[in-house]
Ligand binder design. Structure first.
Ligand code: EPU
Length: 439
């Protein structure tokens, strides 16, 4: 069955009320493969019910893992009997995070075979830093017919300087090094909250990782990871999405189950734009009582403004007073969605990695197409602040990374309808288009 989803939004409703944030996608998609390193039972709590997670669960099961849901957001994962170290193209083509299978299988079996991973298209997405790290640990890497073969007689700790700050390479090297003999040092490591979460997960299973969250991570190899219980952090990007949606609709929303520290770059930028922000221990209130004004934004690795919110902040700036400049500092090509905003009346010019946004007084509902996950979320916000009806095609991209986005927006007063979804009483919403070949 091939199904492409749609979201239909009747715009111009202010969002008001409370919303609860789910577990972090980019932590979950690393922690689930990391469970391959554990020879015991892992209980993983606060798992978001999103498409990328269901793809990874299926992939781990194909490798021989026993995985079951204990409740809607808790997984029991037992990888003790996994013996397979080959992840085929069929398994890994759908999502980028499947690249973590390489580090996890290498760390577990001293060998791994994996096809190149798929994922959102932001231009070139190299994995040279992952490979450099594996080689430094003593693995031989051979690429044949699109398959990466990694093999090591024994993994031995090393000092690795990352040429670029990479979330994926930092996590993958941690996975491969967790049982390597000696102390591995990753310098110029990524500091994202999900990097810290993966380290905390592995430490709770018996690993010895220090420094995650700084740019030097030290991993002292241990003999075995033995199992335990861990709860995934709240999703920084989902929280940022609701913050921007609340601001864009001139609403008043309290966003619960967040870590305000992870949201500082977003809060600071929204405050600069006249949006009111109030932090509490584990929630944040966002409301608007003044005209939203222009801002310049540059996306950077954490603690900078996250690239994954770039399409959303651009959308907010479409109706802000004045001219804003947004510079993409992480990916080569992350403005493909701008053409869709222009169809809705936005005034945006893109030159390479820079977008110049001239605020307009109105956007109008249109037929648009989501090109990737965050671009899809940006179009949802555009639909919420447009006059008339917006129909977002290919909305299955959004389900890859947002749990029940339309349900949460409905509760906040949005007029939004998802076409092509069904309810699963054990496990929240599931997609009817589970068998879509390439998302
Ligand atoms: N890079 C290299 N060589 C490498 C790896 C990365 O040159 O070996 C470059 C990339 O081309 C890019 C930069 O380094 O210019 C950063 O890439 P990074 O490796 O940090 O990205 P990633 O691990 O592939 C994760 C998130 C992305 C998010 C980026 C940046 C996951 C599963 N994905 O990707 O999230 O944009 O970090 O923060 O964690 C999303 O959630 O929508 C999403 C795309």
């Amino acid at each position: 069955m091939l199904y492409l989803g749609r979201l239909i939004i009747n715009g111009a409703h202010r969002l008001r009320g409370e919303v609860v944030i789910s577990g972090a996608k980019n932590a979950a998609v690393a922690i689930i493969p990391a469970a391959l390193l554990v020879e015991g039972i892992c209980i993983i709590e606060n798992v978001p019910n999103i498409k990328d997670v269901s793809i990874l669960i299926r992939t781990l099961r194909e490798l021989g893992a026993k995985i079951k849901y204990i409740d809607d957001t808790t997984l029991e994962v037992d990888c003790s009997e996994v013996t397979c170290y080959t992840a085929s193209y069929e398994m890994v083509k759908k999502i980028r995070a499947s690249c973590y299978l390489l580090g996890a299988l290498l760390g577990r079996f001293n060998r791994a075979n994996m096809a190149f991973p798929g994922g959102c298209d932001f231009g070139v997405r190299p994995i040279d830093q992952h490979i450099k790290g594996f080689e430094a640990l003593g693995a031989k890497i051979d690429i044949q017919h699109g398959i990466i073969h990694a093999v090591a007689e024994k993994l031995i700790a090393s000092q690795i300087y990352m040429d670029v700050v990479s979330v994926g390479a930092t996590i993958n090297i941690m996975l491969a090094a967790v049982k390597a003999k000696g102390t591995t040092i990753i310098e110029n490591a990524a500091k994202e909250p999900h990097v810290v979460d993966v380290a905390n997960f592995m430490n709770s299973m018996g690993a010895n990782i220090k420094g995650a969250g700084t740019d030097v991570i030290k991993i002292k190899g241990v003999d075995k990871l033995t199992g335990g219980t861990y709860s995934i952090i709240p999703d920084q990007i989902e929280a940022g999405t609701f913050m921007i949606a609340a601001a864009a609709t001139l609403g008043d929303v309290t966003i619960k189950n967040v870590i305000p520290k992870h949201l500082e770059a977003i809060s600071a930028k929204l405050s600069e734009m006249n949006v009111n922000i109030e932090d509490y221990d584990d929630s944040i209130r966002v409301w608007v009582d003044k005209k939203i004004t222009k801002a310049n934004v540059k996306t950077l690795p954490y603690p900078g403004f996250p690239t994954d919110l770039q399409p959303l902040i651009v959308t907010l700036l479409c109706k802000a007073e004045g001219t804003s400049i947004v510079t993409e500092g992480v990916w080569d090509s992350r403005f493909q969605y701008v053409d869709e905003l222009i169809k809705m009346g936005a005034n945006i010019k893109v030159e390479g990695r820079v977008a110049v946004i001239e605020g307009v007084s109105r956007l109008s509902g249109s037929q648009v197409k989501a090109t990737d996950l965050r671009a899809g979320a940006a179009l949802v916000i555009a639909g919420l602040i447009s006059e008339g009806v917006t129909e977002i095609h290919n909305s299955e991209h959004i389900d890859r990374g947002y749990e029940n986005l339309e349900q949460k927006l409905l509760q906040l007063g949005a007029d939004i309808l998802a076409v092509g979804k069904s309810k699963n009483k054990n496990n929240g919403v599931v997609n009817l288009y589970d068998s879509v070949e390439a998302l």
